[in-house]
Ligand binder design. Structure first.
Ligand code: AR6
Length: 187
């Protein structure tokens, strides 16, 4: 699996999956969530409302992920994840790591080969960009599929298809956050 960091706007990425840094309501917000909904068009909000009505009446838990189509984005799917909100006392890095792991699991389940991530948690939710970068790069590199074997053990076994994610691209909105990810990738 190739893992890289670029500076840019994630809504312009031609990848299979664009990951959204959403909130538990899945009904939109500011930051990258607002940008993704604006670029995807009203179909995305309708799909999120349908998820809430059917499978997620209580909302999406912190650290979990769920997919919708990408509508007017150049991607095929949006995988929505919810980072821990430091301002609400959610300071466990394992929850942040879970966002990246679960998003990859959902992407792999869709058969996606390329996934673009924003710096989940590094905006409204108050995480330091260096810590997000360290956690994100660690989670992606440790993710079972990253070895290309597609093997896994424990509770996740059987939920995943054989290895298929070939590219993970972190798409960062500012030079400062991009530099944090570049450092983490070089470490
Ligand atoms: N492309 C890539 N990255 C972006 C873009 C973009 N178009 N726009 C912003 N970012 P945030 P969070 C960066 O606040 O911290 C929302 O209201 C941004 O500069 O979007 O997980 C949700 O609804 C920052 O580095 O996500 C939630 O309520 C990174 O994306 C809450 O914010 C993440 O910042 C989630 O907060």
């Amino acid at each position: 699996m190739r893992v890289e960091a670029v500076e840019g706007d994630i809504t312009r990425e031609h990848v299979d999956v664009v990951v959204n840094a959403a909130n538990s309501s899945l009904l939109g917000g500011g930051g990258v969530d607002g940008a993704i909904h604006a670029a995807a068009g009203p179909g995305l909000l309708a799909a999120c409302r349908e998820l809430r009505r059917t499978t997620l009446p209580g909302g999406l838990p912190v650290g979990d992920a769920v997919a919708t189509p990408a509508f007017d984005l150049p991607a095929r799917w949006v995988v929505h994840t919810v980072g821990p909100n430091r301002h609400a006392g959610e300071t466990d890095p394992a929850l942040l790591a879970s966002c990246f792991e679960r998003s990859l699991e959902v992407a792999a389940g869709l058969g996606a080969t390329s996934v673009a991530f924003p710096a989940v948690g590094a905006g409204v939710y108050g995480w330091d960009a260096d810590e997000v970068a360290r956690v994100a790069v660690g989670a992606v590199r440790a993710w079972p599929d990253a070895t290309g074997t597609g093997t896994t053990t424990g509770a996740a076994a059987g939920r995943r298809r054989p290895a298929c994610v070939e590219l993970v691209r972190f798409v960062l909105f500012s030079p400062r956050v991009h530099d944090a990810f570049a450092r983490a990738l070089g470490a």
